[in-house]
Design a protein around this ligand. Sequence first.
Ligand SMILES: [Fe+2]
Length: 449
Amino acid sequence: MLLNRISIKTYLLGMWFIGISMLSASVEAAVQTDGPMVGAVTHVRAKVFLRTDAPAQVQIEFSESSSMSNSLKTPKEVTRYANDFTKIVTLKGLIPGTKYYYRVLVDGVAQQTENYPSFTTFAPLGQDAEFSFGLLSDVGNYVKNPAGAYKTLADAKPDFVLQIGDWDHRDPANLREMRKMHRDVRGSGSDAGADFSQFLAPVAPLFHMWDDHDYGMNDGDYTFPEKASAIKAFLEYYPLPDLPNPQAGPWYKFRYAQAEFFVLDTRSNRDPNGDVDDANKSMLDGENIENDQKTWLYDSLLTSPAKWKFITSGSPFNPTCKPADGWGAFVTEHDEIVDFVKDNNIKGVIILSGDIHSGGAMDDGTNSGLIEFSVPHTNMQMSPVNGGFTTTTPGDWSEYLNPGVSAGGSSNAGFGWINVLTNPDRVEIQVVHENGDVTNSDTIVFDEM
Ligand SMILES: [Fe+2]
């Protein structure tokens, strides 16, 4: 009887050891597959995206030193199948205006051992600071098509980068395809993604919002049957500031010193383009939901303490541009927003928009109603026919409208570059060709707005 008890105990103990060692063997095997990518940076916080190939305990180790000395580690978190083994890790208690290096730990094992990625926390809120950021929009969905704009932008050392939609144009139909797209555009699944992960992701915080083709529905709106999947994949794969209504859509705002950014989701809450254009038609709140994006935008603009208020829109705000799918199909709401800004004497508003695959366009408010900069495409392949545009209705722009490809066939791929400057308060808006040439430059002086 005693022997039996001992042998049962020994057997159970043995099985426990085998179980534990099998478990640890499988956990130890996990590695990082995607990321790291930093975003949602503030003056005191940051969020880092990562993904593993299997369930694992993950942490971010970070330090002010490029050698990772005196580093801190975030609490252990677990990657899970339910979220495609992705994790967005928050770094707290950071010092404003400070450069941090970071690396990923998977089950305690460092996934980077040298040349650590870095970011710099934003300048303190409300204090005037001079800073620069990059603007990206519209990436071609071809596996073999690099994006030289990413390296040129990275070399310019932006404080952060905004990608405002169509990253890329594949219209993913379900959750699996959406997740793969998010990996491909930032990783080894495409030449452009490889450029992004090699050059831009290691040096600049990213803020992103979709347009139709990365939401998943061409000219898309709230009726997209896979809307919930699109939101789920987006929240899994992008480090985002805290969202006002994450179940309804990923719109958000963030601040940098004397500026605030209102990043609109102009797709998942949009009424269908073909609806009658009246007071009930909305690009921001088509379903008239609680805690809606339009009320949030108005309240945020009214209460913003910031001097500069940048509003991003995947679709062109200028109603003469792409009126079938832009704000030209929502003229009533467009005019209401313009009137709201003017009637409430809200200063410093600049619209940043995408979608037209141009080499950059600018309007002083003559056509757009508010000052609007249209971001050049990143690396679209297009032919010189049709004036060098992929749309037949690029519209009227008061300052300039560059085709996406010149008559000779050379691409006008590039990015937007914005310098926020002080004494006097002004904003420089530049079109930068992927080769680094500044194609256009405009200065907006705050006191002259
Ligand atoms: Fe596009």
